[in-house]
Design a protein around this ligand. Structure first.
Ligand code: AMP
Length: 573
């Protein structure tokens, strides 16, 4: 293992401060564990700070939210002194309420040292609270187009002070039928505004918006850098689609089945590295953290343990792992889809060297599907979508390991001799095959094969979704996000296999728990289970009521979704 000179790394290190961001912002980013800007941030932040319009082609997972949010925050802070208006200076339009909440939380986190006031507004949320907050004064509004227009019509959302308008996931907004709403909103904004548009794809309708509303825009396209031919290492590449909450379990399962000699797991932030290292150690793996916040001495110690074989899992950020050349490495695991195809190529280049075959595994959230496609296009290599190994696969794999161990023993006859007396005495009493079976069982269990494997729902299969009824702008959209603010997800142990449809769940919850249909949020129906969002305060009543109910003639098991993750599990690999 050696530290290569930094010239060997393909990208020059650029910091957030180099991009011209204020110390309050760089401090917040560093506290969040962001070690360096992602490629889209590197390219977008400069022009946006300079006040230019910008068109960015980038999907979720690239870090696009911070790319537009940081300049918006900086502009606000630069002009905050002496401002008296209570009206917002930035409006960020997003396609769904989940994204409104997510983006608003991100803006809030990045701007925590600036004292900026951020408000998400979306359909399905009581308008009264929004009105009250708007009246008191808000600096940045993150809204779905329908509800934004509603407030503009009422005169409760004033756009005259707007400096920046951001259209996030423009293609999705157009797909969901928001074209007219968006244009109506843009027409109400000052001509002097800065307009920023992000979109994963650039269909002609998005180009139309760009032509009509952006001026001399900087254009940034992610995922176009070509790879030098012949450079790609020999790496078997696969990906699993898995919900965030199940990632630690999925990682464990993949490790158990793949049985790497040594693996590096890439995370996005220092916090994620620390957390995951702790989780994996708790699950019985020997994991070590490596990130930019550690001293050289700490890093050397980690590398020493890996080299000595007392650790077999390195959990690291891109920055920390840059320039490391680890001889034993067989597997690269992307705990998240990397922020750009270049980063992916760089990561998987750590294995498959010197003609050996390496393995790259990516754990993607459903909404990160597009990013995987972008990576495939750039690398011109296929990433095989696989199902998370089932408990049965895992058992088969473990039995195979036990079989291999016994096979190896059989080759060394002399070492077996001292056990002959045990077999012979048992053979007096039992059939010899039965004796062998019992011996295999004992050996298998002694190899640390505990039987407590949890079920990881396979969400590579399509899920049916239904948005909250009566919500003006919440049209269905693919992918699974976390529950909306104030809502919790319930796990219900019946799914498509049981013939369950959304209306059955709504019927049972409304009928048994008396919860009005409009209070029931998104519903996802998978093969063997369903997830339903309900208001947090009603969750316990709904669970109780469902436990006494039947759906499609079956008794119902219901609990809070996260309970499934809480069960501790120990398994060595
Ligand atoms: P987005 O593409 O905006 O949805 O961001 C994807 C994820 O990357 C989010 O979880 C962010 O918190 C994270 N992220 C954004 N920028 C960075 C960065 N520079 N370093 C590490 N993580 C980041």
């Amino acid at each position: 293992m050696s530290q290569e000179p930094s010239a060997a790394t393909s990208e020059e290190t650029v910091t957030f401060a180099d991009l011209g961001l204020r110390p309050e912002l760089t401090k917040a980013l560093s506290a969040l564990g962001y070690e360096e800007p992602t490629p889209i941030q590197r390219e977008a932040i400069g022009p946006l700070l300079a006040g230019r319009d910008l068109l960015g082609q980038a999907a979720t997972g690239t870090g696009k939210t911070a790319a537009f949010a940081l300049p918006v925050l900086q502009h606000w802070a630069d002009s905050a002194d002496g401002r008296t208006s209570v009206d917002p200076t930035a409006l960020i339009l997003v396609p769904t309420r989940e994204l409104a909440v997510q983006v608003s939380e991100a803006v809030h986190r990045y701007g925590r040292d600036l004292g900026v006031r951020v408000l998400p507004i979306y359909g399905g949320q009581p308008i009264g609270r929004q009105l009250q907050t708007l009246r008191r004064g808000v600096d940045i509004v993150v809204a779905t187009p329908g509800r934004a227009l509603d407030h503009i019509g009422r005169g409760t959302l004033q756009l005259s002070e707007l400096r920046t308008v951001v259209l996030d996931e423009a293609d999705e907004m157009l797909d969901m039928g928001f074209a007219e709403d968006i244009e109506a909103i843009l027409q109400e904004t000052p001509d002097t505004r800065q307009t920023v548009l992000f979109s994963a794809t650039m269909p002609s309708r998005v180009e139309g918006l760009v032509k009509r509303y952006l001026r001399d825009a900087a254009r940034i396209q992610m995922g176009r850098a070509a790879q030098a031919p012949g450079e790609s290492p020999k790496v078997r590449q696969s990906a699993y689609v898995v919900a965030r909450a199940h990632k630690p379990a999925a990682l464990g399962r993949v490790l158990d089945v793949e049985a790497p000699t040594a693996a590096i797991v890439f995370c996005r932030t220092r916090e994620e590295v620390d957390q995951l290292t702790e989780t994996m150690n708790g699950r019985g793996y020997r994991a070590e953290a490596l990130h930019g916040g550690m001293s050289q001495e700490q890093r050397d110690r980690v590398m020493g343990r890996l080299r000595a074989g007392t650790a077999d899992l390195l959990v690291a950020t891109d920055v920390a792992a840059r320039g490391l050349d680890i001889e034993q490495l067989t597997h690269v695991i992307n705990y998240d889809v990397p922020s750009a195809p270049e980063a992916y190529v760089h990561r998987i280049g750590r294995v498959g060297r010197a003609g050996r075959e390496g393995v790259a595994v990516t754990l993607a959230e459903p909404r990160e599907h597009r990013m995987l496609k972008a990576i495939e296009r750039v690398t011109r290599q296929r990433i095989t979508m696989e199902k998370i190994p089932s408990v049965a696969d895992l058992h088969a794999r473990r039995l195979e390991m036990t079989r291999a161990a016994i096979h190896e023993s059989l080759l060394d006859e002399e070492s077996l001799d001292r056990f002959r007396v045990v077999v012979e005495s048992l053979a007096d009493e039992f059939d010899i095959v039965e004796v062998a079976l019992a011996a295999v069982k004992v050996a298998h269990e002694a190899m640390g094969n505990a039987p407590d494997d949890e079920v990881i729902p396979d969400i590579a299969e399509p899920v049916e979704r239904r948005e909250r009824p009566g919500q003006g702008d919440g049209r269905p959209r693919g992918g699974s996000r976390g529950p909306a603010a104030g809502a919790v997800k319930l796990f219900i142990g019946l799914g498509r296999r049981n013939g369950v449809r959304p209306q059955d769940l709504v019927g049972a919850i409304a009928g048994e728990a008396g919860l009005p249909g409009r209070d029931i949020g998104a519903i996802e129906i998978a093969d063997r289970f369903s997830l339903v969002e309900v208001p947090a305060e009603a969750a316990d009543d709904v669970i109780q009521a469902l436990r006494n109910a039947t759906i499609k003639g079956k008794r119902v098991s219901a609990r809070r979704d996260r309970d499934r993750e809480d069960a501790p599990r120990r398994q060595r690999w």
